[in-house]
Design a protein around this ligand. Structure first.
Ligand code: ISE
Length: 332
């Protein structure tokens, strides 16, 4: 349709090409017009079948005349300058996590957006759109299980590249629980402690995998996170809420239990795209609808900043093995 929102997708690796597919086949009211990737071959492979054009420079893609909104799925270290370029041009941007690589640079982005006077930045914390997380949040806000006291989170990946060390597990994986804690409990995280336990033999020398992370919130609630990225089994993300008058668990992979030929069982998701595909698509539709109205609908720049600050403290806790406080600047 001619009034479709015209979108540039910057970075078309696993996540970016999923977003292109989502925008092309499942999301209404949008069209990918420009594709950028540091690999020209990859950009062509993704752009060709949908009739989009490729642009070699990400900033040229952000500034193009046939682009009204931007999806950033480039590597995290590239986000800061690219997000600021979107702000400068005044186009809505859906930026994959992390917003930037550390708290101070994310805070600069928060301030730059406040100065621009428009909410243009949404951060891709897709679990906020997953039906189970939404149901858990509704359960908490309904008050039917009483005040929330603790969360116990499990975050397991079947495998990751050898370069994925303990710091990356914090910044790339546990960042989701940092956001979910804030989303579910509605308060800031004030301290992070990390316990590095016995590692799996699948982990490279010196890498603590699994590790146990503890978040403390403003009101003193505790959140445990088991981060284990080399289980060699499947993708498992669970959260148990412990409240004053009840508890609730999500992520049990129990939607389809099959009984067949003397066996009983179900399937488990192999990776995060399989587990959170619905959440990614819903997030994209809501972002497109909001961008067409000139706003956002999901995690904002402040949420991206808070998660970055929590992970920065978490990375220090990984290195020092101690308790590290999270320091947040004032909300502009
Ligand atoms: C990946 O980048 C994600 O965002 C996934 O949701 C997470 O489970 C995985 O550990 C990360 O590497």
């Amino acid at each position: 349709m001619s009034d479709d929102l015209r979108i540039a997708v910057v970075g078309v690796g696993k996540m970016g090409s999923f977003h292109v597919d989502s925008l092309t086949r499942r999301v209404r009211g949008a069209r990918v017009t420009v594709v950028n990737d540091f690999s020209h071959v990859q950009a062509e492979k993704v752009a060709g079948p949908i009739g989009a054009r490729t642009v070699a420079d990400p900033f040229e893609a952000i500034g193009a005349n046939d682009v009204e909104a931007v999806v950033l799925a480039s590597p995290g270290f590239a986000h800061e300058k690219q997000v600021l370029a979107c702000l400068e041009r005044g186009v809505p941007v859906l930026c994959e996590k992390p917003l930037t690589m550390d708290g101070p640079s994310s805070y600069e982005v928060v301030k730059a957006q406040a100065e621009s006077g428009r909410d243009l930045i949404q951060v891709g914390f897709m679990r906020r759109f997953d039906s189970e997380y939404v149901a858990l949040r509704e359960l908490i806000t309904s008050g039917s299980v009483g005040a929330p006291l603790m969360l116990h989170c499990t975050h397991r990946n079947p495998n990751v590249p050898d370069s994925f060390n303990s710091e990356m597990a914090m910044a790339d994986s546990v960042v989701h629980e940092a956001d979910c804690t804030r989303f579910l409990l509605g308060e800031e995280v004030v301290a992070v402690t990390v316990l590095r336990g016995a590692p799996t033999s699948a982990a490279p020398e010196g890498v603590s995998d699994p590790m146990l992370v503890l978040f403390e919130t403003e009101s003193g609630r505790l959140v445990t996170v088991e981060s284990f990225v080399r289980t060699q089994v499947a993708y498992e993300v669970r959260t148990e809420l412990v409240a004053e008058k009840g508890s609730a668990t999500i992520g049990l992979d129990q939607n389809l239990v099959v009984k067949q030929a003397g066996r009983w069982g179900g399937t488990i998701a192999p990776d995060f795209v399989a587990r959170f595909g619905q959440a990614y698509d819903t997030q994209m539709q809501r972002w497109v609808d909001a961008a067409r109205r000139g706003t956002i609908d999901g995690a904002d720049a402040w949420d991206g900043y808070a998660a970055a600050a929590i992970c920065e403290a978490g990375v220090e806790a990984v290195r020092t093995g101690g308790r590290v406080e999270v320091k947040l600047g004032a909300r502009p």
